[in-house]
Design a protein around this ligand. Structure first.
Ligand SMILES: *Cc1c(COP(=O)(O)O)cnc(C)c1O
Length: 389
């Protein structure tokens, strides 16, 4: 089946009431007929729900849907994107193991690499998105995981998934890709050779800024290890949030198409504005890696960034002048959202660290929403004028 159909028809079993939409199984536990019934459940001779920290029809439906969309053998739904990130490392790594990662990763993921995993003697070496060929030199006999996001946040750099998959294969290590920005609708890292894909479902999968959620999909043996870790340590997703996220996926293909259309139009328009220095969007011909983007993505997605002339002062005047687009840290919402990384998400980074991940004082990150493009452009146009006044 095609993604549009999978997104709608992957459902938990109907109950005796034969409802059209799957109900919310808002229950902490499940009941057993007798001790034998319980024994076969606990020994896993029978696949069934025991307790919602382990599994629940709603969380299983969401995980299965995303696994199918990603072309993965198996999937797991967790409470947040960071629960998915941390559970993956905690389940698959041991003291002394090493990670090679692109420096342009989500802020909290960076904190996990730099401040949390080192406490268990797991260390990370970073390469820059603009020098991917330097990644191989960082691989040591202790390296177990190669980790990246593409497109990157907020610079919209593109990393060649097939290149990194071949590198991982050659060194017998795992390639893990955070596919949050593209979603499985625009990019399927597993079909390019990645072993695991991670999502913050909080972003496009929810798509309406309501619920946190996380997902991991990939090789069944790896997902099994992450499942065992998670089922015993507790980063479980609530059945209600799983139900919400699974319903959201029914419209994900349509939404991603519209996010991409709006973002592509906005990127082209921004390129022509004299107040704008540079526009970063994977599907612009001016993007340094647009050929790789076109090879691995079916459209450019809803995220773009641009450099406003006049540095930090104009950047902040621009943001403060917006009337339609929201000032918020979230992304992937139906509403357009704008951030100024230098003064918000990345404000804790030193000047050198900011430079290394491509964040300048005038960089604006845009999560292009589903409003009419004319209204988005109008809002930005007015704010650009006010910023330069
Ligand atoms: C938001 C985000 C995360 C973390 O997800 P949460 O659901 O907020 O925990 C991880 N990776 C990327 C790329 C993100 O944008």
């Amino acid at each position: 089946m095609k993604p549009e159909t999978i997104a709608i028809h992957t459902q938990a079993q109907r109950t005796q009431y034969k409802e059209s939409a799957v109900p919310v199984y808002l229950t902490s536990g499940f009941v057993f007929d007798d001790t034998e019934d319980m024994r076969t459940a606990f020994t896993e001779e029978q696949q069934r729900n025991i307790y919602s920290r382990f599994s629940n029809p709603n969380t299983s439906e969401l995980a299965e849907k995303v696994a199918l969309l990603e072309g993965a053998e198996s999937g797991l739904a967790l409470s947040t994107g960071m629960a998915a990130v941390f559970s993956t490392f905690a389940a698959l790594l041991e003291s002394g193991d090493h990670i090679v990662a692109c420096r342009s990763v989500f802020g909290s993921t960076h904190t996990v690499f730099s401040n949390i995993l080192p406490r268990w003697n797991i260390h990370t070496s970073y390469f820059s998105a603009d020098t991917p060929e330097l990644a191989e030199q960082l691989i040591t006999p202790a390296t177990k995981i190669l980790y990246l996001e593409t497109p990157t946040n907020p610079a919209c750099d593109i990393l060649d998934i097939a290149y990194f998959a071949q590198l991982a294969e050659a060194h017998g290590i795992l390639l893990v890709v955070d596919n949050c920005f593209a979603t499985p609708i625009l990019q399927q890292p597993i079909t390019h050779g990645a072993h695991l894909v991670i999502h913050s479902a909080t972003k496009y999968i929810d798509g309406q800024g309501r619920s946190l959620g996380g997902l991991v999909a990939g090789r069944a043996d790896l997902i099994r290890k992450i499942y065992v870790f998670a089922r015993n340590t507790g980063p479980s997703l609530s059945p209600f949030n799983a139900w919400l996220l699974s319903k959201s996926i029914e419209t994900l293909p349509l939404r991603m198409q519209k996010h991409s259309e709006n973002a592509e139009q906005l990127a082209s328009w921004l390129e022509q504005q004299e107040q704008v220095e540079q526009v970063n969007y994977p599907f612009l011909d001016s993007h340094p890696s647009f050929e790789i983007a076109r090879k691995q993505m079916s459209s450019g997605g809803g995220m773009l960034s641009f450099e406003i002339k006049g540095g930090i002062e104009c950047g902040s005047k621009f943001i403060n002048s917006l009337q339609l687009c929201l000032r918020s840290a979230n992304l992937g919402d139906a509403r357009s959202i704008v951030t100024h990384p230098a003064s918000s998400t990345h404000s804790k980074l030193s000047a050198a660290e900011k430079a290394e991940v491509g964040i300048t004082d005038g960089l604006i990150r845009f999560s292009v929403g589903l409003e009419h493009i004319d209204d988005i452009v109008n809002d930005i146009s007015h704010a650009l004028q006010r910023a330069q006044a």
